[in-house]
Design a protein around this ligand. Structure first.
Ligand SMILES: Nc1nc2c(c(=O)[nH]1)N[C@H]1C(S)=C(S)[C@@H](COP(=O)(O)OP(=O)(O)OC[C@H]3O[C@@H](n4cnc5c(=O)[nH]c(N)nc54)[C@H](O)[C@@H]3O)O[C@H]1N2
Ligand SMILES: Nc1nc2c(c(=O)[nH]1)N[C@H]1C(S)=C(S)[C@@H](COP(=O)(O)OP(=O)(O)OC[C@H]3O[C@@H](n4cnc5c(=O)[nH]c(N)nc54)[C@H](O)[C@@H]3O)O[C@H]1N2
Ligand code: SF4
Ligand SMILES: [Mo]
Length: 573
């Protein structure tokens, strides 16, 4: 059999590297970096080739599993859904919708079906008990971005290819390959900053690998980044280094910020954070006077007591120094798909609201429709109206990833019913009564709807499935719709394709009716016909591409982008 080479995007982390995958029949013979990928230029990390290992791993689940006591058995899809249909609707009927919780894990941000379809399930479930890995990760940044810029994903990204000065806090991209900054080969890009005479200052309590590559490493006392950043802001204001430039007409609250930082002298900040007052002054001056400079904070600045404040201050500094939305500064991506910041009428938006309700047990406020995972165990343990009795996990391993995993593990074991949509039997899914596996990453279409909204370049890469999935196995979007149908009381026999037509039509109608829509006033039937015969996530992706900032608006901009264009290549805008 002949070898063939296929070009795909790696789905395993935020860097979105291009892979050149060689196959013989259903077998992968090699995985290398794609030298012609416009974004990654051949770079991959050691995890990239693991897509092949993941594909062929005999431990990866391929059939649904049902647990009776401690005995697992493989069952048919029909039997698995029938079991769920016996349990979930009953629990909802007896105890209400809040009795069923959903937890969404990190891979759902790297999976096209799981980016698009859980929302249909959440909508029909209508439970307040929605949780995700976001609240042990980037949620503070999303809150500050929401409040400052109007949407949860309007996160400015450091333009590391053009900057001359990068102040980086709480990130170790040499190891993580970058986060809230989609950029293949961060190491190469950081080295290039130094090669062109620029500087990288890393603020981290630990001598990280990235700190080892920096021009300067500042040890900070953990959890005190907000103090440090306030100190830097104080110096910028006190020394009249504030330079809003063309941002001035977009900025409000400047006087409030000036008043806030007035007492935060470098000496006060230094006492709290352990970085000397002199260094704080130097950083402020360098940041303000370097033409191309950016401040970037990541998980170390989020998962701490003052995470939201620190996340906000990062962009306060970018703004005060005029580096926001500037080349070499912290810029907004103009993504081809899903970007709320290019939708609607410029300058107008709904803004964001939080705390519309609070959690039942500890009264913790909701954020973007979810509750913090730190509340999950207590919501399972504490009796009363709204107690969690059933859980659906979707691509998550909260028994390991959530705080106090031991306590959560006990709580999971006490649930009346649990479904895990997962490709492995692991620390979390072993507590499930039913496991529904997704497909291999090489059997599904891929497009990074979320991560490409945070990319340092405007890129659009689509990967069709490399291998056809086995005929009898549902894709995960179908599983999500099936679960939704069961929750709605339509039973285990519901046809996910019919539900999908409904979901797609709903999204088409919403798009037509949206303020400033490029297809305002168009006929829904016509749009549905133009999307045919695609279905599932590819149909929704085509719709989103076509109404996005580069899209063809279904013929109104004939040269515009469609999914068909991406399939033909070239693979970048
Ligand atoms: N101690 C500690 N805790 C942490 C962190 C830390 O650094 N240290 N990091 C935090 C961060 S940043 C995050 S994002 C969270 C992550 O928290 P989680 O998302 O809860 O944890 P993961 O380990 O990423 O779990 C991924 C799960 O998805 C499954 N999976 C993989 N691919 C697929 C697929 O295609 N379909 C389905 N259905 N399942 C799939 C895997 O088998 C696994 O069970 O953890 C947080 N918690
Ligand atoms: N190989 C591999 N790569 C991954 C992942 C993985 O599981 N494995 N997970 C991916 C995910 S989900 C994410 S979110 C990203 C995360 O990517 P990064 O944000 O780059 O995360 P880390 O590598 O955890 O680096 C965080 C740094 O913050 C520092 N830190 C801790 N506390 C503080 C503090 O109070 N202040 C400051 N200034 N620094 C502090 C830590 O010492 C650490 O060096 O990585 C992604 N990449
Ligand atoms: S850096 Fe991330 S995207 Fe690139 S090969 Fe490694 S895991 Fe894949
Ligand atoms: Mo994460």
């Amino acid at each position: 059999m002949d070898e063939q080479t296929h070009f795909r995007t790696c789905p395993l982390c935020e860097a979105t590297c291009g892979l050149a995958i060689t196959t013989r029949g259903r077998e992968v013979t090699s995985v290398r970096g794609d030298d012609d990928d416009v974004f990654s230029h051949g770079y991959i990390c050691p995890k990239g080739p693991a897509v092949a290992a993941l594909d062929s791993d005999p431990d990866r689940l391929r059939n649904p599993m049902i647990r009776k006591g401690s005995t697992w058995s493989e069952v048919s899809w029909d039997d698995a859904f029938a079991e769920i249909d016996r349990q979930l609707p009953r629990i909802i009927r007896d105890h209400g919708r809040d009795a069923v919780a959903v937890y969404l894990g990190n891979p759902s941000a790297h999976n096209l079906a799981l980016m698009l379809y859980p929302r249909a399930l959440l909508r029909v479930l209508g439970s307040r008990n929605v949780y995700s890995a976001s609240t042990v990760d980037q949620m503070p940044k999303q809150v500050s971005a929401g409040l400052m810029f109007g949407t949860a994903l309007s996160v400015p990204v450091p333009d590391i290819d053009r900057t001359q000065y990068l102040l980086m806090l709480g990130a170790d991209p040499l190891v993580s390959n970058g986060s809230l900054m989609t950029a293949p080969d961060v190491r190469g890009r950081l080295r290039a900053i130094k090669a062109r005479g620029g500087r990288i200052v890393v603020v981290d309590p630990r001598r990280s690998r990235t700190a080892g590559e920096a021009t300067e490493h500042l040890f900070i006392r953990p959890g005190t980044d907000a103090h440090f950043l306030m100190g830097v802001a104080h110096v910028i204001v006190a020394e009249n280094l504030t330079k809003l430039g063309r941002l001035a007409e977009h900025v409000n609250g400047l006087d409030d910020v000036k008043a806030l930082v007035r007492d935060w002298t470098p000496d006060n900040a230094a006492r709290a954070c352990g970085i000397s007052a002199e260094t704080i002054r130097t950083i402020a001056r360098d940041l303000a006077t370097t033409e191309r400079a950016a401040v970037y904070g990541r998980i170390g600045t989020c998962t701490q007591e003052f995470g939201t404040l620190a996340s906000w201050l990062v962009d306060v500094l970018n703004t005060l120094t005029g580096h926001l939305d500037q080349e070499g500064g912290a810029m907004f991506t103009k993504a081809a798909v899903g970007a709320v910041n290019t939708r609607g009428i410029p300058g107008r938006g709904k803004g964001v609201r939080f705390g519309r309700r609070t959690s039942r047990v500890s009264g913790t406020p909701e954020v973007f429709g979810e509750l913090p995972v730190a509340c999950l165990a207590e919501e399972m343990e504490t009796p009363g109206d709204g107690q969690i009795r059933a859980l659906i996990t979707i691509a998550g391993n909260p028994a390991l990833s959530n705080p106090n995993g031991g306590r959560l593990t006990k709580a999971l074991a006490s649930l009346e019913f649990m479904v895990s949509c997962d490709i492995y039997l692991n620390e979390t899914s072993r507590h499930a009564h039913v496991i529904l596996p997704g497909l291999s990453p090489l059997e599904v279409p891929h497009y990074d709807i979320g991560l490409l909204q945070l990319a340092i370049r405007n890129v659009a890469n689509y990967s069709p499935p490399l291998f056809a999935p086995p005929a009898d196995r549902p894709a995960e979007w179908q599983t999500m719709l099936k679960l939704g149908a069961i929750v709605m009381g339509q039973g285990a026999g519901a046809d996910p394709d019919a539900v999908d037509d409904f979901v797609a039509r709903q999204q088409v109608d919403e798009t037509i009716g949206a303020n400033g829509s490029p297809i305002a006033g168009r006929d829904g039937d016509e749009i549905m016909a133009a999307l045919a015969p695609r279905r599932g996530p590819e149909r929704l992706l085509d719709l989103m591409l076509r109404v996005g900032p580069y899209g063809d608006a279904f013929g109104a901009r004939p040269d515009g982008l469609t999914l068909a264009t991406l399939l033909r290549g070239p693979r970048a805008l």
